[in-house]
Design a protein around this ligand. Structure first.
Ligand SMILES: [Zn+2]
Length: 251
């Protein structure tokens, strides 16, 4: 029982203001940011981390965002197909949080188990006005699906551990993977948008609780240091250029 492979799946690009990327930043300059999902193979099952945007949202995003870029190959089903998988092959779908660029593909997985923090789910269903624009209820209001609600850290399988990393949202979670050759990798999700958020401990500009977000960045850095692991940020265009894209993989 062990992790055998980690695939990085590109799910298109969005434009985003620097004021949204970095807490306290006022610049409205927009930059293209990648949307990423990750597929993890283990000897006893297949785990997906995040699901990108819904195909339903793509036309509107392309219309309203001149930096948005979505190719046919970027669709999650096509990325999975490129590594020989269908949605039904995925046992667990771990959602870092329920913002539209992470939970958009959840509906592709009616037979998988969907893993989310219960606080995240509760807030996403009834968000306060200032946060409502990031949650598209259609993405996660799927009552016939198999949801597993977590309250904090959890070991999902040997070598696959959920880490609670609140702050960006009320119930954000990251995923620690123990890979046999690469070593430990932490998929930070939006607790760390860019490498700069890790290195300079910069809080995301879109944030529920900035103090908690800072603690989460520090917690991941501490864990990464203790296990001698790497942190993969969620939306870093420079990091993404250096990542091994599927169908290549980390072992
Ligand atoms: Zn995001």
């Amino acid at each position: 029982m062990a992790v055998t492979a980690l695939y990085a799946l590109q799910n298109g690009y969005l434009g985003f203001e620097r004021s949204g990327l970095f807490y306290g930043e006022r610049s409205a300059e927009r930059v293209p940011i990648p949307i990423a999902c990750y597929l993890v193979k283990t000897t006893d099952g297949t785990v997906l981390f995040d699901t990108g945007v819904s195909p339903r949202a793509v036309p509107g995003l392309l219309r309203n965002d001149s930096m948005a870029r979505f190719e046919d190959a970027d669709l999650l089903v096509h990325r999975l197909d490129s590594i020989g998988l269908e949605p039904a092959d995925v046992d667990l779908v771990v959602l870092s949080h329920l913002h539209f660029d992470h939970a958009g593909g959840a509906e592709l997985f009616p037979t998988s188990e969907l893993v989310v923090q219960k606080d995240e789910y509760a807030t996403a269903l009834y968000p306060p006005a200032f946060f409502a624009g990031f949650y598209y209820r259609k993405n996660f209001d799927l009552p016939s699906y198999r949801w597993r609600y977590l309250d904090g850290d959890a070991e999902l399988a040997p070598g696959v551990t959920v880490l609670r990393t609140d702050g960006h949202t009320p119930g954000h979670q990251s995923l620690l993977l123990e890979l046999p050759e690469t070593g430990p990798v932490i998929l930070a999700g939006d607790s760390c948008y860019w490498q700069e958020h890790i290195d300079a401990e910069r809080v995301p500009g879109v944030v529920w609780n900035p103090a908690a977000a800072l603690q989460s960045i520090r917690r991941l850095k501490t864990l990464a240091r203790l296990v001698r692991g790497r942190i993969f940020p969620s939306h870093d265009p420079v990091f993404w250029k250096a990542v091994t894209p599927a169908p290549g993989f980390y072992r």
